[in-house]
Design a protein around this ligand. Structure first.
Ligand SMILES: *Cc1c(COP(=O)(O)O)cnc(C)c1O
Length: 369
């Protein structure tokens, strides 16, 4: 049996181990926030965000950010149908309703042209998810948001290393949220980050993240409101600091892995991969191939071949509206059409070109079958 190729895994060096060990040995008492503050600082410097709050997950960062924007019972939040559930779940935690619209055929991100028809007096936010590292059309989204007085939020969980006209993903909207889950480009095992340029919103989220205790509150153990508990631990932040020291390398390897796939797969007609449109830089978290209908290639045939070759195949996101807890919206044509003829390709820091060749051969096999 050939060795197994995972679809993703972290890159952890002695540096991360050293920092985490230090945090475990010494990061207590007076020093229990040291790595957390350092991690937030490094993240602010890297993204250009004015404010950052490390969290236990991206889901938590989204939940607190949406709450701080006032999203509550009966409200609506617009987002793309093609998404991971984590972008929609926090909306429902607040008693609000996710409203799903279709995606663009090339970026697989929300179609700005579909948003205005979905806006109602109850719409409180638009969530822009930079899918697989691909950038949403931020100029259009911000314009629509401004016109209707609705904040645009950037779920940038998959978009570290992605830039829109020189601005890092997550710094253009009202706030950005990142994930450091073990599958992401930068990992702390589990973890996330809330970033914003808006001081007032930052202070609100900081209070919410501290169980509702305001920074200036002189009374001990005195929450002024019901908040949340989505904090990152100092040990996780220590690993994050090690990853931030290596962030340029982590991202450039993602870009190299993508470039290698693209070079070899673009020889075949009818395959489209993650775009990098003019004015954008793609962090290429997840290289993805979509096969034109005339190729006859299906997800099932790809998965079968990958399995035979001991390669992890990962399916393109199902439309959220097709899941049992939502109402089907097959009118979101592109969201319903693409997954059946698409696949995510393995991508991680230490993936060798020999392993990439195996993946490419598996795709070619199905292509020529
Ligand atoms: C991974 C991911 C999340 C969830 O991140 P967690 O840290 O697991 O909460 C949210 N949104 C998107 C787009 C993701 O890819």
């Amino acid at each position: 049996m050939k060795s197994r190729i995972l679809y993703t895994k972290p890159s952890i060096t002695e540096r991360e181990v050293e920092y985490a060990t230090d945090a475990a040995r010494n990061g207590w008492g007076d020093r229990c926030y040291e790595y957390i503050f350092q991690f937030e600082k490094k993240f602010r410097e890297f993204t250009g965000a004015n404010y950052a709050i490390a969290t236990s997950s991206c889901t938590g960062a989204l939940h607190m950010g949406l709450a701080a924007l006032g999203v509550s019972y009966g409200d609506e939040v617009v987002l793309a149908d093609t998404n991971w559930i984590a972008s929609a779940a926090p909306i429902t935690y607040l008693g609000a309703k996710p409203v799903f619209v279709d995606i663009l055929p090339d970026t697989w991100c929300i179609d700005p042209g579909q948003i205005e028809a979905a806006i109602t007096p109850r719409t409180k936010a638009i969530v822009a998810v930079h899918l697989y590292g691909n950038l949403c059309e931020m100029d259009r989204l911000l314009e629509i948001g401004e016109k209707h007085g609705i904040p645009v939020i950037e779920d940038s969980a998959e978009a570290i290393g992605s830039y829109w006209k020189g601005h890092h993903a997550g710094t253009l909207g009202a706030f950005g949220a990142f994930s450091f889950h073990g599958t992401k480009t930068l990992t702390t095992g589990e973890g996330g980050m809330f970033i914003t340029q808006d001081r007032t919103l930052y202070e609100k989220v900081l209070t919410l993240s501290n169980h509702g205790r305001a920074a200036g509150q002189p009374k001990q153990f005195w929450p002024d409101m019901i908040g949340f508990k989505y904090k990152m631990s100092n040990i996780q932040a220590a690993i994050g600091c090690g990853q931030m020291d290596r962030i340029e390398d982590l991202i450039s390897r993602k870009r190299e892995v993508f470039a290698y796939y693209q070079k070899h797969l673009s020889e075949m007609a009818g395959i489209s991969m993650n775009p990098e449109k003019a004015g954008t830089t793609n962090g290429y978290w997840m290289p993805t191939a979509v096969f034109a209908p005339e190729t006859g290639i299906t997800r099932e045939r790809l998965l079968e071949r990958f399995k035979a070759e001991n390669i992890d195949g990962r399916v393109f996101f199902h439309p959220l509206s097709s899941l049992p807890m939502f109402c089907p919206q097959p009118e979101n044509r592109i969201s319903y059409d693409i997954p059946a003829r698409a696949i995510n390709l393995p991508s991680y820091h230490d993936l060798t070109s020999a392993d990439q060749d195996r993946v490419i051969d598996a795709v070619k096999f199905v292509y020529q079958e």
